[in-house]
Design a protein around this ligand. Structure first.
Ligand SMILES: *[C@@H]1O[C@H](CO)[C@@H](O)[C@H](O)[C@H]1NC(C)=O
Ligand SMILES: *[C@@H]1O[C@H](CO)[C@@H](O)[C@H](O)[C@H]1NC(C)=O
Ligand SMILES: *[C@@H]1O[C@H](CO)[C@@H](O)[C@H](O)[C@H]1NC(C)=O
Ligand SMILES: *[C@@H]1O[C@H](CO)[C@@H](O)[C@H](O)[C@H]1NC(C)=O
Ligand SMILES: *[C@@H]1O[C@H](CO)[C@@H](O)[C@H](O)[C@H]1NC(C)=O
Length: 949
């Protein structure tokens, strides 16, 4: 049942800032018009009642609920256990909480008031809440909160806590509760039907170094630094157990967070840990809280691999040769888990999350799964094992077995894996430092799951949990009620989130949404771990400079918001926004500056050394930001940013951060060709000079030529004038034509001012004839005791204006593109089409934010026309108008595609077709045909130098 419309969401944005994507029933003033029920009024809190026979998880949530009311109003309501037979002693108003079929108190209220609970009876995790009159003897009026099952009740309570002003992240991200002196509920109340997804979970994975080191400091007496295998594959077993810091105190915080987010399912930390033996309280406590436990894709039958097997297993982890011991190991796992709610992983992977070592893997897996089903039958004493929730993860090569025909019984949930993790350890490169996942991407892929009804289990690999708070919450929001969300309100989620977390007005919250969108877009262009010093072009399209500028803009805007926040709100903003912005900016700039430093050394520019200093400073700043995170709030998050991230050489995290290599030139020596260096835009070379970039011959190179044309998007080209050493000089630039505009015609450079950038452009193209016109600019340097240095730069102005039909350029520039002849490129955003033609009710829809620069497009609705295929040329199409001025016969089209698995199945590979004018249609099957489950496309080969784990 999906109960929300976009309208209610918009309403939320304007009137209520403390809850995201929910129907709202909390208000902060009484109103006779809306019929409100007092929670706290005139300094008095309405008492809260729970039946003693209700679930322990409901009791825990109820005590958190009254604590939340105190967090908001400073007034703690009384919370009492009252059974139906005892009755409530004289209280004019009451809040009565309970679970249908479990709470005798609720049963009595329903009996007395004839309240209609049919809308939730028998449903999964649903709830209603409303005011009722005379629910019990002595009570005039009560707000009743009724869950269809234990988590229905728990979610009803946390839903209200959030609306009152307590963020689910009040502890995990230090979000300050919003204070209100009075609280009311609308009498008509709040309700919610079944969630979109049945099991909505997170997976604490590859939890070393950050989460492990932090937990070690906070939850054990050991020093806050855990020395173990980099992925944690070395087990620090000691006499008392696993040595894991993930004790019940830690998990209580995780359980509470998960439930506040309306999640219900957890895969625990695994690499140095074994949930069920790290602390004997862990497993029963999860059940008490109401959390469904599972184990990861590679840990079948609710037992941990590697830790439990290493400690308690007998023989090797190979079913072909050691079946009986492994079988016994699993029997214990199922017996141990039997009393508690869980979803069992079945199947098997090899030790260390590798493929199983079997002669005939499919045959062995069939035997394994049959044996596992028998274990369920024996231990649950049932002939019908389909009532026991089970799942099988088709991860890597396992998906290949499935495709080759290995099947499992229909009741087993197939968990398909996709790279929508927010954190990952794998080839070609880990990403586990800061957020690099766009919410628009999460939306695009997860909404496909909804369309395909893949809604039994959603499990998100969240690494160390922090710093992926926002991504986790968006995941939970989509899985709780996907109908609230669409491609056009993803930023609206972040706006509402920013209002709730930082108490911002709408305008500032929208700015934060823009900051978050840009931050994740920049980091998703290429994960920070994969960036290097030449990722962004140092010479073409001003790319590196524009990336630096974008980082600076982003950091400035974020810092402005940070500075205006009250000091108690700054820590949460730092954790959630400011730190990832500054840390990403610092890393991104450091790598670009190192690239520019390397290039400038080869150009004999004195400014090489300044860039070397800047790289060093940014490298130190990177650590300063880590320290700032660690010392926040008296060290509450010490170690949480331990993750290394600079100096990756292959998939595995580097063992320490290493500064990118920088160069230095001798600052007291003059470059051989003289005091001045001339570097035109678009060139690796520098003049005067002998260099493979100055000319093919590599010596006696002619003067450089720069090209100008009327459709260059920058409208000009630049020429850098740099110092070639310690000697100060003055320079002038003189041109031999009147149509050329030169931004700076003279200057002085010295070691304290090493560089100058001169922009040249054509002031009036109509003065020029069609075709090429040549000009020359003389750069002349004058230095004492040296002869003048003349460096000519040739300028070729290519006037292509007359070639372009006037009716073409006359149209909106946004949708008509003309090639820049000097760049030889026409480029347009996917969204900037001139025509969008729908077929069978399907047309192309813009997905705002998704992608490297602006947005993406996708056919919409994606399940339109019953998912039928179109043959190339007959489907919905978009058209782009462009004009090419150069005399080319072969046009290369480069498209940017958002990564996706082909979820249609191998018989219907994803593809698009492209047609230029009336030329033949060309089809692109863009999923590399050489990719196999568990493998990587051949094109990635250069990066793949280790087995995937
Ligand atoms: C509610 O009503 C049902 C049916 O009349 C009765 O069996 C049950 O005992 C009542 N429960 C309470 C708590 O009053
Ligand atoms: C198993 O179930 C059978 C049939 O319901 C029952 O007779 C038997 O007592 C059960 N065994 C155990 C150990 O509970
Ligand atoms: C940066 O990475 C790209 C892609 O892997 C590679 O081609 C290039 O050589 C690298 N640059 C440097 C300076 O290592
Ligand atoms: C975000 O990106 C857009 C588009 O590139 C840009 O116009 C805007 O200034 C950026 N805002 C911030 C805060 O970085
Ligand atoms: C540029 O220098 C050359 C060579 O000295 C000279 O012939 C020419 O007149 C100069 N042009 C300008 C505009 O100064």
């Amino acid at each position: 049942m999906r109960t929300f419309s976009l309208t209610s969401f918009c309403f939320l944005l304007v009137r209520h800032v403390s809850a995201i994507g929910q129907t709202t029933c909390a208000v902060f003033q009484s109103s006779s018009q809306d019929f409100t029920f007092p929670v706290v009024q005139n300094g008095i809190a309405t008492p809260v009642f729970v039946s003693p026979d209700d679930w322990p998880g409901v009791q825990i949530a109820a005590s958190n609920f009254v604590a939340d009311i105190e967090r908001v109003t400073q007034i703690l309501p009384s919370l009492s256990n009252v059974s139906a037979s005892e009755g409530i002693a004289k209280s004019t108003t009451a809040i009565i909480v309970g679970t249908l079929g479990q709470s005798s108190l609720i049963e009595q209220v329903v009996n007395t008031t004839n309240l209609d609970v049919s809308s939730i009876r028998g449903l999964w995790e649903s709830f209603i809440g409303q005011e009722v009159a005379n629910p019990l003897p002595g009570v005039d009026s009560a707000y009743v909160i009724i869950g269809s099952d234990k988590r229905g009740t728990i979610f009803a309570l946390y839903d209200l806590s959030e609306q009152f002003g307590v963020s689910p992240w009040y502890w995990w991200a230090d979000v300050v509760p919003t204070e209100h002196s009075e609280l009311f509920l609308m009498s008509s109340g709040c309700s919610h039907g079944e969630p979109t997804v049945q099991y909505r979970g997170i997976f604490l994975n590859d939890e070393q170094p950050a989460l492990t080191n932090w937990a070690q400091q906070k939850y054990t007496n050991l020093p806050g630094l855990f020395i173990g295998g980099a992925m944690g594959t070395e087990t620090p077993a000691n006499a008392s157990g696993t040595g894991s810091p993930f004790q019940s105190e830690f998990y209580s915080q995780v359980f509470e967070l998960l439930l506040r987010l309306k999640g219900n399912y957890l895969w625990p930390a695994q690499w140095n840990s074994a949930f069920c033996v790290d602390d004997p309280l862990n497993q029963p406590l999860a059940d008490l809280y109401g959390v469904v436990m599972g184990t990861s894709h590679e840990e079948p039958m609710m037992r941990s691999i590697p830790v439990e097997w290493t400690l308690f297993g007998d023989g090797i982890w190979d079913y072909d040769v050691n079946a009986q011991n492994i079988h016994n190991f699993w029997v214990l796992g199922v017996e141990r888990a039997r009393p508690y709610e869980g979803v069992f992983s079945i199947g098997m992977r090899g030790d260390g999350d590798l493929p199983i070592d079997a002669v005939n893997p499919i045959g062995t897996l069939e035997t394994i799964i049959a044996d596992q089903r028998q274990i369920f039958a024996d231990i649950f004493n049932t002939t019908d094992v389909t009532t026991i929730p089970q799942m099988w993860t088709l991860y890597e090569e396992v998906e290949g077995y499935y495709e080759e025909g290995l099947t499992v019984p229909d009741d087993v949930v197939l968990l398909w894996t996709d790279d929508e993790h927010v954190d990952m350890v794998a080839s070609p490169r880990d990403y586990k430092w800061v957020t690099s996942t766009q919410l628009s991407k999460l939306y695009e892929q997860l909404s496909l799951c909804v369309i395909r009804d893949a809604v039994r289990i959603w499990m998100l690999n969240v690494g160390d949990l922090k710093p992926y708070e926002r991504e986790i919450e968006f995941w939970m929001a989509l899985s709780w009620d996907s109908s609230v969300w669409n491609p056009d309100n993803v930023d609206g989620f972040v706006t509402a989130w920013a209002q709730r977390e930082f108490k911002l007005d709408t305008s500032d919250a929208q700015t934060v949404a823009e900051v978050v969108a840009n931050l994740t877009r920049y980091n998703a262009r290429r994960k920070p771990e994969l960036l290097n010093t030449t990722t962004y072009s140092l010479v073409n399209y001003r790319e590196a400079d524009r990336v630096v500028e974008a980082w600076d803009t982003l950091a400035n805007v974020s810092t402005k918001i940070y500075n205006q926040l009250a000091s108690d709100i700054q820590p949460s903003f730092f954790e959630l926004v400011q730190h990832p912005v500054l840390a990403s900016q610092t890393l991104g700039k450091m790598l670009i500056f190192a690239g520019q430093n390397n290039l400038r050394a080869s150009q004999a520019r004195l400014s090489t050394n300044e860039l070397a200093e800047q790289v060093q400073e940014l490298f130190e700043k990177d650590h300063d930001l880590e320290v700032e995170f660690h010392t926040l709030l008296d060290g509450k998050w010490d170690h949480m940013m331990d993750q290394t991230h600079v100096g990756y050489a292959y998939w595995q995290q580097p063992m320490t951060n290493t500064m990118p290599a920088v160069n230095r030139v001798q600052s007291r020596k003059q470059a051989l060709p003289g005091v001045m260096r001339i570097i035109p835009e678009g060139s690796y070379g520098a003049w005067p000079g002998d260099d493979m970039f100055d000319c093919a011959q590599q010596f006696n190179c002619p003067a450089p030529t720069v090209l100008l044309d009327p459709f260059n998007p920058f409208g000009n080209v630049y020429i850098d004038v740099g110092s070639g050493g310690p000697v100060p000089f003055t320079w002038s630039a003189t041109s031999n034509v009147s149509w050329l505009s030169v931004s700076t015609t003279n200057g002085s450079q010295s070691p304290s001012s090493t560089e100058n950038r001169v922009f040249i452009s054509v002031s009036d193209w109509s003065q020029l004839d069609a075709g090429s016109t040549l000009a020359q600019i003389n750069f002349t340097a004058v230095a004492s005791n040296q002869s003048d240095l003349l460096v000519p730069v040739m300028v070729e102005a290519q006037n292509t204006l007359p070639q372009v039909p006037s009716d073409f350029t006359g149209q909106s520039l946004r949708i008509c593109f003309v090639e820049s002849s000097s760049l030889g490129v026409v480029s347009f955003e996917a969204a900037h089409f001139a025509r969008n033609t729908s077929v069978a009710g399907i047309s192309w829809k813009v997905l705002p934010g998704l992608g490297r620069t602006l947005s993406s497009i996708t056919p919409w609705p994606r399940d339109g026309d019953n998912g039928a295929n179109f043959s190339a040329g007959t489907g919905p199409s978009v058209e782009y108008d462009f004009f090419v001025v150069s005399n080319i016969t072969n046009l290369t089209v480069v498209t940017r595609l958002s990564p996706s698995l082909n979820a249609n199945g191998p018989d219907r590979p994803l593809a698009y077709a492209l047609q230029l004018n009336s030329q033949p249609i060309q089809t692109s099957y863009f999923i590399p045909p050489d990719s196999t489950p568990g493998g990587e496309p051949l094109a990635w080969g250069a990066l793949t130098d280790s087995p995937q784990t």
